[in-house]
Design a binder for this molecule. Sequence first.
Ligand SMILES: N[C@@H](CCC(=O)N[C@@H](CS)C(=O)NCC(=O)O)C(=O)O
Length: 215
Amino acid sequence: MPILHGVNASPFVRKARVALAAKGIDYELNPVMPMGVSDEYKQKSPLGKIPCWEDGDFVLPDSSCIIAYLEKRQPEPALYPSDAQELGRALFYEEYADTKLAETVGAFFFERIVKAKIMKAEPDEARVAKTLAEDVPTVFDYLESQAPDSGDAIVGGRFSVADIGLGSQFVNARHAGLTVDAARWPKLAAYVDAVHGNPLFKPIIEEEVAQLSAL
Ligand SMILES: N[C@@H](CCC(=O)N[C@@H](CS)C(=O)NCC(=O)O)C(=O)O
Protein backbone atom coordinates (compact mmCIF):
# COMPACT_ATOMS: atom_id res chain seq x y z
CA MET A 1 0.00 0.00 0.00
CA PRO A 2 1.45 3.42 -0.92
CA ILE A 3 2.00 5.87 1.94
CA LEU A 4 1.14 9.55 2.18
CA HIS A 5 3.28 11.03 4.93
CA GLY A 6 1.72 13.97 6.75
CA VAL A 7 -1.10 14.96 9.04
CA ASN A 8 -4.66 16.03 8.47
CA ALA A 9 -5.30 19.74 8.75
CA SER A 10 -2.20 20.52 6.69
CA PRO A 11 -3.60 22.25 3.60
CA PHE A 12 -0.86 20.66 1.49
CA VAL A 13 -1.54 17.14 2.75
CA ARG A 14 -5.23 17.79 2.07
CA LYS A 15 -4.44 18.79 -1.53
CA ALA A 16 -2.81 15.42 -2.08
CA ARG A 17 -5.65 13.61 -0.32
CA VAL A 18 -8.31 15.26 -2.49
CA ALA A 19 -6.36 14.40 -5.65
CA LEU A 20 -5.89 10.81 -4.49
CA ALA A 21 -9.62 10.58 -3.80
CA ALA A 22 -10.35 11.98 -7.28
CA LYS A 23 -8.15 9.33 -8.86
CA GLY A 24 -9.50 6.59 -6.60
CA ILE A 25 -6.03 5.61 -5.41
CA ASP A 26 -5.79 3.86 -2.04
CA TYR A 27 -3.05 4.82 0.39
CA GLU A 28 -2.18 4.78 4.04
CA LEU A 29 -1.83 8.13 5.84
CA ASN A 30 1.30 8.12 8.00
CA PRO A 31 0.85 10.99 10.49
CA VAL A 32 4.19 12.80 10.25
CA MET A 33 3.93 16.12 12.11
CA PRO A 34 5.60 19.10 10.45
CA MET A 35 8.58 20.76 12.12
CA GLY A 36 11.20 18.83 14.01
CA VAL A 37 11.01 15.96 11.53
CA SER A 38 13.53 13.12 11.82
CA ASP A 39 16.69 12.84 9.73
CA GLU A 40 15.17 9.68 8.29
CA TYR A 41 12.14 11.65 7.08
CA LYS A 42 14.45 14.31 5.59
CA GLN A 43 15.96 11.58 3.41
CA LYS A 44 12.52 11.32 1.84
CA SER A 45 11.53 14.98 1.98
CA PRO A 46 14.72 17.09 1.82
CA LEU A 47 12.90 20.32 2.72
CA GLY A 48 11.54 18.55 5.79
CA LYS A 49 7.95 19.35 4.79
CA ILE A 50 4.73 17.40 4.53
CA PRO A 51 3.26 15.83 2.45
CA CYS A 52 5.53 13.20 0.94
CA TRP A 53 4.38 10.29 -1.18
CA GLU A 54 6.05 6.88 -0.97
CA ASP A 55 5.18 3.99 -3.24
CA GLY A 56 7.77 1.23 -2.99
CA ASP A 57 11.08 2.74 -4.13
CA PHE A 58 9.40 5.84 -5.47
CA VAL A 59 9.45 8.80 -3.09
CA LEU A 60 8.09 12.25 -3.96
CA PRO A 61 7.63 15.27 -1.69
CA ASP A 62 5.51 18.37 -2.35
CA SER A 63 1.76 18.50 -2.95
CA SER A 64 2.04 20.15 -6.38
CA CYS A 65 4.58 17.57 -7.57
CA ILE A 66 2.51 14.71 -6.15
CA ILE A 67 -0.66 15.86 -7.95
CA ALA A 68 1.20 16.36 -11.25
CA TYR A 69 2.67 12.86 -10.87
CA LEU A 70 -0.74 11.35 -10.11
CA GLU A 71 -2.17 12.99 -13.23
CA LYS A 72 0.45 11.34 -15.47
CA ARG A 73 0.09 8.05 -13.70
CA GLN A 74 -3.68 8.06 -13.98
CA PRO A 75 -5.01 10.72 -16.37
CA GLU A 76 -8.71 10.28 -15.58
CA PRO A 77 -10.48 12.15 -14.20
CA ALA A 78 -8.30 15.01 -15.40
CA LEU A 79 -7.30 17.49 -12.71
CA TYR A 80 -5.53 19.86 -15.12
CA PRO A 81 -7.24 21.72 -18.00
CA SER A 82 -6.19 20.60 -21.47
CA ASP A 83 -6.35 24.10 -22.97
CA ALA A 84 -2.97 25.86 -22.71
CA GLN A 85 -4.27 29.15 -21.31
CA GLU A 86 -6.60 27.45 -18.87
CA LEU A 87 -3.75 25.23 -17.72
CA GLY A 88 -1.58 28.29 -17.12
CA ARG A 89 -4.34 29.97 -15.12
CA ALA A 90 -5.05 26.84 -13.08
CA LEU A 91 -1.37 26.52 -12.18
CA PHE A 92 -1.26 30.16 -11.14
CA TYR A 93 -4.28 29.79 -8.87
CA GLU A 94 -2.64 26.77 -7.30
CA GLU A 95 0.52 28.82 -6.78
CA TYR A 96 -1.44 31.77 -5.35
CA ALA A 97 -3.23 29.40 -2.96
CA ASP A 98 0.03 27.77 -1.87
CA THR A 99 1.75 31.11 -1.18
CA LYS A 100 -0.22 34.33 -0.56
CA LEU A 101 -3.46 32.66 0.52
CA ALA A 102 -1.55 30.11 2.62
CA GLU A 103 0.39 32.87 4.41
CA THR A 104 -2.79 34.81 5.13
CA VAL A 105 -4.86 31.86 6.32
CA GLY A 106 -1.80 30.43 8.07
CA ALA A 107 -1.68 33.33 10.50
CA PHE A 108 -5.21 32.48 11.68
CA PHE A 109 -4.64 28.75 11.69
CA PHE A 110 -1.37 28.99 13.61
CA GLU A 111 -2.73 31.29 16.30
CA ARG A 112 -6.17 29.78 16.74
CA ILE A 113 -5.56 26.08 16.15
CA VAL A 114 -1.87 25.23 16.45
CA LYS A 115 -1.13 27.61 19.33
CA ALA A 116 -4.48 27.67 21.14
CA LYS A 117 -5.59 24.05 20.69
CA ILE A 118 -2.42 22.04 20.21
CA MET A 119 0.25 23.99 22.10
CA LYS A 120 -2.36 25.17 24.65
CA ALA A 121 -0.87 28.66 24.50
CA GLU A 122 -2.46 32.08 24.26
CA PRO A 123 -3.18 33.03 20.63
CA ASP A 124 -1.76 36.33 19.42
CA GLU A 125 -5.08 38.00 18.57
CA ALA A 126 -3.25 41.22 17.62
CA ARG A 127 -1.57 39.29 14.81
CA VAL A 128 -4.94 37.86 13.78
CA ALA A 129 -6.51 41.35 13.79
CA LYS A 130 -3.64 42.79 11.73
CA THR A 131 -3.96 40.01 9.16
CA LEU A 132 -7.71 40.52 9.05
CA ALA A 133 -7.32 44.25 8.48
CA GLU A 134 -4.38 44.23 6.08
CA ASP A 135 -4.10 40.97 4.18
CA VAL A 136 -7.55 39.42 4.09
CA PRO A 137 -9.22 42.25 2.10
CA THR A 138 -6.46 42.24 -0.56
CA VAL A 139 -6.58 38.47 -0.98
CA PHE A 140 -10.38 38.18 -0.88
CA ASP A 141 -10.83 41.13 -3.27
CA TYR A 142 -8.53 39.44 -5.77
CA LEU A 143 -10.27 36.08 -5.44
CA GLU A 144 -13.70 37.74 -5.69
CA SER A 145 -12.57 39.20 -9.03
CA GLN A 146 -11.57 35.72 -10.22
CA ALA A 147 -14.31 33.53 -8.73
CA PRO A 148 -16.80 31.88 -11.09
CA ASP A 149 -20.40 33.09 -11.28
CA SER A 150 -21.48 29.72 -9.92
CA GLY A 151 -20.15 26.26 -9.19
CA ASP A 152 -16.95 24.74 -7.82
CA ALA A 153 -14.63 25.37 -10.79
CA ILE A 154 -12.62 28.57 -11.12
CA VAL A 155 -11.18 27.64 -14.53
CA GLY A 156 -13.09 26.52 -17.60
CA GLY A 157 -16.15 25.20 -15.78
CA ARG A 158 -14.36 22.05 -14.67
CA PHE A 159 -13.04 21.15 -11.20
CA SER A 160 -9.24 21.22 -11.29
CA VAL A 161 -6.03 21.49 -9.34
CA ALA A 162 -6.83 25.21 -8.95
CA ASP A 163 -9.95 24.39 -6.93
CA ILE A 164 -8.05 21.80 -4.92
CA GLY A 165 -5.39 24.35 -3.99
CA LEU A 166 -7.75 27.22 -3.22
CA GLY A 167 -10.38 25.06 -1.55
CA SER A 168 -7.81 23.40 0.67
CA GLN A 169 -6.56 26.70 2.10
CA PHE A 170 -10.13 27.75 2.78
CA VAL A 171 -10.66 24.60 4.85
CA ASN A 172 -7.91 25.85 7.16
CA ALA A 173 -9.59 29.26 7.21
CA ARG A 174 -12.84 27.59 8.20
CA HIS A 175 -11.17 25.53 10.96
CA ALA A 176 -9.67 28.77 12.33
CA GLY A 177 -12.93 30.73 12.21
CA LEU A 178 -12.05 32.88 9.22
CA THR A 179 -15.11 32.91 6.99
CA VAL A 180 -15.79 34.76 3.75
CA ASP A 181 -18.36 37.51 4.33
CA ALA A 182 -20.95 36.82 1.62
CA ALA A 183 -22.22 40.40 1.77
CA ARG A 184 -18.79 41.75 0.79
CA TRP A 185 -17.42 38.89 -1.34
CA PRO A 186 -20.54 37.06 -2.66
CA LYS A 187 -18.96 35.15 -5.54
CA LEU A 188 -16.01 34.00 -3.44
CA ALA A 189 -18.26 32.90 -0.58
CA ALA A 190 -20.46 30.87 -2.95
CA TYR A 191 -17.43 29.36 -4.68
CA VAL A 192 -15.81 28.29 -1.40
CA ASP A 193 -19.10 26.72 -0.26
CA ALA A 194 -19.39 24.86 -3.57
CA VAL A 195 -15.81 23.53 -3.41
CA HIS A 196 -16.26 22.41 0.20
CA GLY A 197 -19.49 20.69 -0.77
CA ASN A 198 -17.74 18.76 -3.53
CA PRO A 199 -17.83 15.03 -2.60
CA LEU A 200 -14.03 14.91 -2.84
CA PHE A 201 -13.65 17.55 -0.12
CA LYS A 202 -16.67 16.91 2.07
CA PRO A 203 -15.64 13.66 3.80
CA ILE A 204 -12.12 14.92 4.42
CA ILE A 205 -13.48 18.12 6.00
CA GLU A 206 -15.88 16.12 8.18
CA GLU A 207 -13.06 13.83 9.31
CA GLU A 208 -10.90 16.83 10.23
CA VAL A 209 -13.69 18.68 12.04
CA ALA A 210 -14.25 15.59 14.19
CA GLN A 211 -10.52 15.31 14.92
CA LEU A 212 -10.14 19.00 15.78
CA SER A 213 -13.20 19.09 17.98
CA ALA A 214 -11.71 16.28 20.04
CA LEU A 215 -8.63 18.40 20.88
N1 LIG B 1 5.27 23.45 -1.22
C1 LIG B 1 4.98 22.46 -0.23
C2 LIG B 1 4.62 23.14 1.07
C3 LIG B 1 4.40 22.13 2.18
C4 LIG B 1 4.40 22.79 3.56
O1 LIG B 1 4.80 23.97 3.74
N2 LIG B 1 3.98 22.01 4.56
C5 LIG B 1 4.05 22.49 5.92
C6 LIG B 1 2.92 21.93 6.76
S1 LIG B 1 1.37 22.60 6.31
C7 LIG B 1 5.33 21.99 6.55
O2 LIG B 1 5.68 20.85 6.39
N3 LIG B 1 6.01 22.85 7.30
C8 LIG B 1 7.19 22.49 7.99
C9 LIG B 1 8.35 23.35 7.65
O3 LIG B 1 8.20 24.30 6.88
O4 LIG B 1 9.45 23.06 8.16
C10 LIG B 1 3.86 21.54 -0.71
O5 LIG B 1 3.07 21.98 -1.56
O6 LIG B 1 3.81 20.37 -0.31
